[in-house]
Design a protein around this ligand. Structure first.
Ligand code: SF4
Length: 95
């Protein structure tokens, strides 16, 4: 095996694998395979005191807006960074 073949193998293995599956609205969506089903693990909202997903009137306005975008466009947007986050001590450890 030559050095160029080795480089090609290394480059190919570092590319993310993207798959498609049927979203809950019956639309096919693309997702990086390693991230499928991991939205809750990555999203700050699930550790935030302001997050009330079952109560649109009491839910954080930004979280509610993101949920609306998800429903309209079938886009899943976990929140990784947020200036308004307030730790829910029952759900996370925070500084
Ligand atoms: S304040 Fe930020 S982290 Fe908390 S629910 Fe709203 S968007 Fe999510």
């Amino acid at each position: 095996m030559g050095i160029n073949q080795l480089k090609e193998i290394i480059m190919a293995s570092s590319k993310p694998k993207v798959i498609r599956y049927k979203h809950h609205s019956n639309t096919y969506v693309a997702v990086m395979k390693k991230n499928k089903g991991k939205h809750r693990q990555s999203c700050l909202c699930y550790s935030c005191r302001l997050f009330h997903p079952k109560g649109p009137k009491t839910n954080c306005g930004l979280a509610q807006l993101l949920f609306s975008i998800c429903c309209i466009y079938d886009i899943v947007t976990p929140v990784w960074e947020c200036p308004n986050f307030i730790a829910d001590k029952n759900k996370c450890i925070s500084d």
